[in-house]
Ligand binder design. Structure first.
Ligand code: HGY
Ligand code: MN
Ligand code: MN
Length: 455
């Protein structure tokens, strides 16, 4: 029996909303009729979270780097789980794992939800995999209930959301948005493997990367569930965060060039100590970001990765390569921070008798969520009686590139102590289920509203 929560079926199947404007207007209309809850299974959801987290490097808890053996094993497991939820499963040319459940409206663009199954080192047990497992649970509950929405539903595990060893993040979602260009595909890791080669290793086809691209309008909406990765929801005792925008991220490789010399025989005033120069830059970046960060402007800067050559105790460091990451909701700060830093550090570089250069790896602008999807998330939170607030995301997400091709929204749940990207990352089963309920109700509401607009 088809118990889809659709409005009275029109004589002829409705066609998708005719224009993005009509769709956008529809999303801002409050839902007139209640929607039946989906039979979500919190136990199945939690079991999948634990199983997926279990694909980790044994020596580094909760580590599943993209393209690693653990990642490849997790992908094979995910494929089976997608199929068990009644999804038609495929891998697109960019290495995104996509599960699809057909809808009842011929030609309708799909509603999409998902996140990423790769992690940073010692990354954590919820960052990314929560969004994949929750979207999968929504699809599985639809399958169990025999329900068919108007729109198809696509569950997506995007390839390599975390910055890869090639220096590229959001690999699969960039490709889907048509933003993964040849220079990024040719980026190489320390061992010389290109991103394209790594993509091929997990089943992608970089030479056909354009086939992974989705055109604007080809997805009805994209909604991602994610842990907040910050302290606000927990401190304010709120269950749900409704993301208004995702900060921009500028990732830069800074190279400090000095000269390797004997650590014992080279007088201090004759050294070209690249690490002393790098240390001055790191300290200056920290203080500049603190000075620029204000109530109405979010600015953070991080040097999280550093390589010293020759990296030996009794040699003056001759070369340092380090990652500078700047995040802000102010496009001008994003653009100018690295150049201003090097300019402001010229005196210190001269005193250390070294030089510094900066090379942009990726620059993702601040991204706004769609007002209609924000309204749908708030309606869903109210429907389930979950406290909620609007808030920005200081973390980057696959939702940012997706916003280029579809109305985007994000649902946050609290994480303990606001901690993330560390082994202590944690959210309670009740918080995970609450977030999944809101995700399901949001997608259900979007399906109804867009179908009504199209009728
Ligand atoms: O780095 C980030 O913001 C995200 O967790 N990848
Ligand atoms: Mn992350
Ligand atoms: Mn993430």
């Amino acid at each position: 029996m088809d118990t889809s929560c659709a409005p009275p079926t029109p004589a002829t199947p409705a066609t998708p909303a005719t224009t993005p404007q009509a769709a956008a207007a529809a999303l801002l209309q409050p839902l007139r009729q209640a929607l039946p809850d989906l039979p979500l299974r919190g136990d199945r959801l939690w079991r999948r979270l634990e199983a997926l987290a279990g694909f980790t490097r044994p020596d580094l808890p909760w580590t599943r780097r993209a393209f690693s053996p653990e990642f490849i094993a997790a992908r094979a497991w995910l494929r089976e789980e997608f199929a068990s939820a009644g999804l038609a499963v495929r891998l697109d040319a960019a290495g995104n794992l996509i599960g699809r459940r057909e809808g009842r409206m011929p030609g309708a663009p799909a509603l999409a939800s998902g996140s990423h199954s790769d992690t940073v080192l010692q990354g954590g047990r919820f960052d990314g995999i929560l969004g994949v497992a929750a979207a999968l649970e929504v699809a599985h509950a639809l399958h169990d209930a025999g329900q068919t929405w108007h729109h198809p539903l696509e569950v997506i595990d995007f390839l390599a959301e975390e910055p890869t060893d090639h220096g590229v993040s959001c690999v699969g979602s960039r490709a889907m948005a048509g933003l993964l260009d040849m220079p990024l595909l040719q980026a190489a890791d320390a061992g010389g493997e290109t991103l394209a080669h790594a993509m091929r290793r997990i089943g992608g086809m970089p030479e056909l990367i354009d086939t992974a691209r989705r055109e604007p309008g080809s997805l009805a909406a994209f909604v991602e569930l994610h842990i907040e990765q910050g302290p606000v929801l927990e401190q304010e005792h709120l269950a749900i965060g409704v993301v208004t925008h995702i900060v921009g991220i500028h990732r830069v490789e800074i190279t400090v060039t000095g000269q390797p010399d004997h650590a014992g025989t080279t007088p201090m005033h004759l050294r070209h100590d690249a690490l002393a120069g790098a240390a001055a830059l790191i300290t200056l970046a920290h203080h500049r970001a603190r000075a620029l960060n204000q109530a109405e402007r979010y600015v953070v800067a991080t040097v999280g990765r550093l390589a010293v050559e020759p990296n030996s105790t009794n040699t003056v460091p001759g070369l340092v390569r380090m990652s500078l990451e700047v995040r802000s909701d102010d496009p001008e700060v994003l653009r100018s921070f690295a150049d201003d830093l090097l300019h402001g550090a010229q005196g210190e570089m001269q005193r250390c008798r070294v030089s510094a250069t900066a090379r942009t790896q990726t620059l993702t602008p601040p991204t706004r969520a769609d007002d209609g999807v924000i309204a749908a998330i708030e309606q869903a939170a109210r429907r389930h009686g979950h406290t909620h607030r609007r808030m920005p995301s200081g973390a980057g997400h696959d939702a940012a590139p997706l916003a280029r091709i579809a109305p985007m929204g994000m649902v946050f749940i609290p994480c303990r102590g606001g901690r993330s990207h560390c082994a202590r990352e944690w959210s309670d089963p009740e918080q995970v289920l609450a977030g999944t309920q809101v995700l399901a109700a949001t997608l259900q509401g979007l399906d109804r509203q867009l179908a009504t607009a199209a009728a």
